[in-house]
Design a protein around this ligand. Structure first.
Ligand SMILES: *Cc1c(COP(=O)(O)O)cnc(C)c1O
Length: 376
């Protein structure tokens, strides 16, 4: 049976990306690989709107977060950790392991991070040298406005801002240099529309300087060591890179850097959300400003959410369920990839079919979704 994958990672990969991934293997110490690597760096520069290069190494997103923590935190650091869900908690847990003194700021799940709350935590903890943020909280579908949060921070002596961009980069604007991010971590299998396996890290000048002054206790995750190889005339990876995934990423970046990509993702999210609400579901993120352009989380007031999810899977549509305290009571549907009206109608039609008894309460869901889609 054909299955429509709508999990928030991994995401469906296009035929172009799969074909490129199937490229004959090449050695990773030679001109052909360096050229491929340089091409990827150029496309990432365009995506992130930054001249700075991006470290790429084999790991999942968690490995990228661990690398940031290993290079910037330790028993000598105080860290402000802002969390609005499972992934904010994970970044905190990883950082706690380095021995850092943690100052925790928590938000109720489904609520976005308010800049004034972070600014006041920074002001009352002047010894904190690192601030942890999540751009897109994948467990709830909350999208945080990192630019606004950093904009509220004191201009002088502010902590290094480390951002979990694992599910945001590629699917929504993320401009680390312009916004003042110091360390950005992401991975290949979400907004970057590539199979799982690559971790990516971008650092600001201030970030590189701070990392170079510390001794990283990890050999593999040591970022200054990665930098030596990245900034060679012909860039390389210090250790064996998964070459096939580099080919795949190179092809995926062509898709993602096409004109209007971010606006199209946001439009698909709005159209889908309108349809989902008309079907009788409750969106977890109430405030539209904080709704993720990459994934939508919702439940059904009948308490039948988990049965609906099961029925969806038998139809052949596969979103993810809830995590943490939302286990069994949430559906998370991703739209990081090239979702247009055919995919939106497929998702909404399948949700309608999966409603069971609650179908009677469904409104004119296709009309509402299509009006939004068509108006743009
Ligand atoms: C998926 C995800 C992670 C973890 O990534 P893995 O690749 O599963 O290790 C971390 N943070 C966020 C926001 C995520 O969405």
């Amino acid at each position: 049976m054909k299955r429509y994958l709508m999990t928030p990672g991994p995401v469906p990969v296009s035929a172009e990306v799969s074909l490129r991934e199937a490229h004959t293997l090449i050695g990773h110490r030679g001109k052909e690989f360096s050229d491929l690597f340089s091409g990827i760096e150029e496309k990432l520069s365009r995506l992130l709107d930054s001249e700075g290069k991006t470290v790429i190494f084999p790991a999942s997103g968690t490995g990228a977060l661990e690398s940031l923590s290993a290079n910037f935190t330790g028993p000598d650091t105080s860290v402000i950790s802002v969390s609005c869900g499972v992934f904010g908690d994970r970044f905190r847990e990883i950082t706690t392991l380095t021995g850092a003194r943690m100052i925790n700021v928590d938000l109720p799940p489904g609520e976005g991070v308010r800049p004034d709350k972070v600014a006041s935590a920074v002001k009352s903890n002047p010894d904190a040298s690192v601030l942890l943020l999540t751009q897109n909280e994948t467990s709830t579908g909350v999208f945080n406005h990192i630019d606004e949060i950093i904009g509220e921070l004191p201009k002088n002596g502010r902590p290094l801002v480390l951002v979990d961009g694992v599910s945001s980069v590629g699917a929504m604007p993320c401009f680390p240099e312009k916004w003042g991010i110091d360390g950005l971590a992401t991975a290949s299998q979400k907004g970057l529309l590539t199979p799982p396996g690559l971790a990516l890290i971008w650092l600001s000048e201030r970030g590189w300087e701070a990392a170079s002054k510390r001794k990283c206790p990890s050999y593999y995750f040591d970022l200054p060591r990665q930098k030596e190889y990245l900034y060679k005339d012909a860039p390389e990876n210090p250790y064996t890179p998964p070459v096939s995934l580099y080919f795949a990423l190179d092809a995926a970046l062509d898709e993602i850097t096409s004109d209007g990509w971010f606006a199209e993702r946001a439009l698909a999210a709005r159209s889908l959300a309108a349809g989902i609400e008309s079907l009788g579901f409750d969106l977890l993120v109430r405030d539209e400003k904080f709704r993720s352009p990459g994934l939508t989380a919702f439940s059904h007031s009948s308490g039948e959410t988990s049965a609906i999810l099961k029925r969806l899977k038998t139809i052949g549509v596969e979103p993810a369920g809830g995590q943490g305290k939302f286990k069994g009571n949430l559906i998370r549907m991703s739209h990081y990839h090239d979702v247009r009206w055919p995919e939106i109608s497929l998702a909404l039609g399948s949700l309608y079919a999966a409603l069971g008894e609650s179908r009677k309460q469904a409104g004119d869901f296709m009309r509402r979704a299509f009006e939004i889609w068509e108006a743009n």
